[in-house]
Design a protein. Structure first.
Length: 426
């Protein structure tokens, strides 16, 4: 019998094996990557395009092109497409990030070909009806105006502008009037030039049908589709603010939103792995120092965290929280105090070992199913990396030392480099 008075034996993670994606090419040159895993007859097909906000010339175009692609074609209405996909028990979703747009179909294998008929129509022949665009923009503007009263949303918007500049693709400022000035022609043109065969990569995961390549070729590989264009965009250097302290007053705010950090690097940088360990210690999980101090000890907030955002062309480190307006200054002092401790004191062996095991445990849990494995592949593919990235990550986490953590904090978290933003009252 299990002795519940005895703790289970503690084991370290010595290695993590990740199933690698396989690939083939459709007749028209589209690259397809596959993860054949899982026990359910279910497949996810994700169509990825370089069609994120980085590639738009004016605000809202990329997000509108992605969100409204489901709203009908010349052949099928939006309701016909939605009802047909639902009829087969399938699910279709769209998302647009800073760098990429994704269209994903989840389908039972026995209905895959039937549902792909409608996905093909959307990807190749979306019509963007004016009335749907009008409704979308009205709703989006209303949500924008409501969110503009929230200190945390304002802080996130303004902070991007401070890091990259108001005209940079990653910091592009959205105004209320942009919703009134967005035209159908711009959305349609973005769709035609970015949702093309030459700008498409397909990632398929699940228990894959044997005729997958034939099915994809029939729907997406027979001919070239979309307007031929060069969508590569020249790298734009950030116009980071030279002012360290920023304050946006909201006199009626009960809480203040704090956003701090600096422009840094993405996952292609050699210091990325070790900095992730530093970040986890500092504010990257529930047991972090920021949580222990500012939530558990001081009671200034319900939650505080830090992170390293990795974008295709850049990256940044951030600290984010909301605190009572009466303790804003005290919370800021404690955040800087924790930075000082990282820069001056060595992390204890026990704390470092705990964090290492937490990171590796989280990683192990993130590669359990076919969709997660596909996401792991996408996480390196988007940056032009390969699976050696995960081997290097594992080895770096296992071997990083307290001295290296302290050196990184001294190198990258100097107060003169930190941009501090408070929205609310202080």
């Amino acid at each position: 019998m299990l002795n519940r008075k005895q703790a289970p034996q503690f084991k370290t993670i010595d290695s993590i094996a990740i199933q690698h994606a396989q690939n083939f090419t459709l007749n028209n040159g589209i690259q397809v990557y596959t993860i054949d895993a899982g026990s359910q007859d279910l497949t996810r097909i994700e169509f990825i395009f370089k069609a994120g906000m980085y590639y738009q010339d004016t605000p809202l175009i990329a997000s509108a092109a992605g969100a409204l692609i489901e709203n009908g074609t010349a052949k099928y209405s939006a309701n016909q497409i939605s009802d047909s996909i639902d009829f087969y028990g399938s699910f279709f979703e769209t998302s647009v990030s800073q760098d990429y747009a994704s269209l994903a179909l989840f389908s039972l294998n026995k209905h895959l070909e039937s549902t792909l008929v409608f996905v093909e129509e959307l990807i190749k022949n979306a019509t963007y009806p004016q009335e749907e665009i009008d409704t979308y923009l009205i709703n989006k503007k209303q949500k924008f105006l409501v969110n503009s009263q929230k200190v945390d949303v304002l802080a996130r918007r303004i902070y991007s502008e401070l890091l990259f500049g108001k005209t940079h693709p990653y910091g592009l400022e959205v105004k209320a009037e942009d919703h009134d000035n967005t035209k159908r022609d711009s959305i349609v043109n973005f769709f035609k030039t970015h949702y093309t065969h030459s700008n498409c990569t397909i990632i398929v995961s699940g228990k894959l049908p044997e005729n997958l390549q034939t099915v994809l070729n029939n729907h997406f590989g027979k001919e070239k589709w979309g307007v031929a264009s060069n969508i590569e965009k020249a790298y734009m250097p950030a116009q980071t603010t030279t002012q360290n302290i920023h304050y946006v007053e909201k006199p009626d705010a009960v809480q203040s939103a704090i956003r701090m950090g600096r422009k840094l690097f993405n996952k292609t940088h050699p210091d990325y792995f070790n900095f992730q360990v530093l970040n986890t210690i500092f504010g990257g999980y529930f047991g972090s120092r920021l949580m222990a101090n500012i939530r558990e000890d001081k009671g200034y907030t319900y939650g505080i965290g830090s992170g390293l955002a990795s974008l295709a062309h850049d990256g940044y480190f951030f600290i984010s929280t909301e605190v009572g307006s009466d303790v804003t200054k005290d919370a800021l002092k404690e955040i800087y105090k924790e930075i000082d401790v990282l820069q001056n004191d060595l992390v204890s062996a026990d704390e470092l070992e705990t964090v290492k095991n937490y990171i590796l445990g989280q990683f192990l849990r993130s590669v359990e199913g076919p969709f997660s494995l596909a996401d792991k592949f996408k996480g390196v593919w988007e940056f032009g990396l390969d699976y050696s990235y995960y081997d290097n990550y594992f080895n770096a986490v296992k071997s990083v030392t307290s001295q290296q953590i302290r050196d990184l904090a001294g190198k990258y978290l100097q107060k003169k480099d930190v941009i501090e933003l408070v929205v609310g009252k202080k």
